[in-house]
Ligand binder design. Structure first.
Ligand code: HQG
Length: 180
């Protein structure tokens, strides 16, 4: 079983295109595992897929992208579907970080961080995680620091993705500075 391929297909189904699998996500992005397996079984490559494989895929993953609970599964972040997934609001740490490409920095410092194609802006709890995120777009990414606690005290909402990933609706430029 190609667990990396499985993880990618699940992220596609649960973040971006549930309708292509005839799946309907609830408000928090959950879908029944039974329905998901039923949908995936239509493809020859996943015909032998069992619930156990979903657990193995999550254990072997480099990031905590998915969550399983009470017979349901969801993507923890990354959604781009029109119906906004409700995330749990949480008090952030003093600072959060955002790794991005050099070519985006000037615009971000001017406009603030925007969710772009996704439902939320994605922030990292640690600089190293932010660097990895930025590396997807630039060999020498830029790390931005978000003054999260000040923003939160000003009424900006932050949401929990997983231990490393935080979400926000958008981040005004006044809270953003260059970390490196
Ligand atoms: C940029 C992956 C110009 C932003 C990662 C980013 C993450 C702006 C890009 C998760 C901007 C959006 C999300 C502005 C933001 N002007 N550019 N005003 N505001 N941007 O992929 O945060 O491996 O939607 O800097 O690890 O890169 O898939 O967001 O470069 O956790 O599980 O617009 O996806 O996780 O790109 O990544 P993305 P992201 P997975």
């Amino acid at each position: 079983m190609d667990y990396q391929r499985l993880s990618k297909e699940l992220s596609y189904a649960l973040r971006h295109a549930p309708h292509k699998y005839e799946l309907e996500l609830d408000e928090q992005g959950w879908v029944s595992i039974e329905q998901l397996l039923y949908a995936l079984h239509e493809q020859p490559v996943w015909r032998q897929l069992h619930e156990e494989d979903l657990h193995i895929m999550m254990e072997r993953s480099d990031k905590k992208r998915h969550e399983i609970k009470e017979g349901k599964i969801r993507a923890l972040y990354g959604h781009s579907i029109p119906k906004k997934i409700m995330k749990e609001e949480k008090e952030p740490p003093d600072a959060l970080y955002h790794g991005t490409a050099q070519r985006f920095v000037a615009l971000i410092l001017e406009q603030g961080l925007q969710p772009k194609g996704r439902q939320y802006v994605h922030l990292s709890a640690e600089t190293e995680t932010a660097r990895q995120v930025g590396k997807r777009r630039d060999d020498r990414p830029v790390i931005l620091r978000v003054d999260a606690k000040t923003a939160w005290l000003d009424g900006v909402k932050f949401y929990h993705g997983n231990e490393m990933v935080w979400l926000a609706d958008q981040v005004d430029r006044k809270y953003i500075s260059l970390h490196s």
